[in-house]
Design a protein around this ligand. Structure first.
Ligand code: FMN
Length: 218
């Protein structure tokens, strides 16, 4: 599977680990390489609990990954989700999660992954993967993880394209275009949301008037 070459997917791997050059580092390099091979632009950044994560907004896909030490997901990643603006910067982002650990997968899914997911319940999680010791240096495991991320990313992106099926008649389009640009984009998005919620296929000036007087108050 390939990513749109004109506008490559921008992915960032946010991670924590204690061992430089250990299994997490190797996994990150392998995941990054596989994403790159599939046409994505990839960066990585090591988490610090109190860092500023505003830069995350520039990425389409965020992969969060860390090892487990003493029953807890590596602390700077968890700390960043609790203490910094990371959680806010991840709003609306598509995510993938992975953990490196020595426990069997069922245990890791029950005990460790929720430590991350509890902070991310409003996010779309495209794929989650536990890398057990026998998978850490297995290229197939990494390929399958990346394949699932990219397939789910494409699927998740489709509703956005679907919104273009909404039509605007000329009157309604002119009314919104005539508004100052800082308002018109907001009104356009709100109207399309209103239309979708009410099963409306064509946005007309009448729809605009009704929406304006609705409790949503455009
Ligand atoms: C000090 C220490 C504590 C660990 N504690 C756990 C644990 O509680 N649960 C678990 O599943 N794996 C545990 N592991 C295994 C690590 O999560 C696993 O080896 C991981 O790949 C280490 O990543 P790293 O090489 O990037 O440091 C521990 C490993 C170490 C060295």
């Amino acid at each position: 599977m390939t990513v749109n070459e004109e506008k490559p997917l921008r992915a960032i791997i946010l991670y924590d680990r204690k061992t430089s050059g250990g299994s997490t580092d190797r996994l990150i390099d392998a995941i990054g390489h596989e994403l790159f091979e599939n046409g994505a632009y990839v960066e990585k950044a090591k988490c610090r609990a109190n860092a500023d994560y505003s830069f995350v907004k520039e990425f389409d896909l965020v992969i969060l990954g860390a090892p487990v030490y003493y029953l807890v997901v590596s602390s700077q990643l968890l700390g960043a989700l609790v203490q910094s603006n990371l959680k806010r910067c991840l709003r609306g982002k598509k995510l993938a999660l992975f953990l490196a650990c020595g426990s069997p997968e069922p245990m890791a899914l029950t005990l460790y992954l929720p430590q991350l997911k509890v902070h991310l319940f409003t996010n779309r999680i495209l794929s989650e993967k536990i890398f057990a010791p026998d998978q850490m240096d297995d290229p197939v495991a990494v390929e399958e993880f990346v394949e699932e991320i990219l397939t789910e990313y494409e699927k998740a992106d489709k509703p956005r394209h679907g919104s273009s099926q909404l039509q605007w008649d000329d009157d309604a389009a002119e009314m919104v275009d005539a508004m100052p640009s800082f308002i018109s984009s907001k009104i356009r998005a709100s109207l399309e949301e209103y239309a979708r919620m009410n099963g409306i296929k064509v946005i007309t000036s009448e729809v605009l008037q009704v929406a304006r007087s609705s409790p949503m108050g455009f």
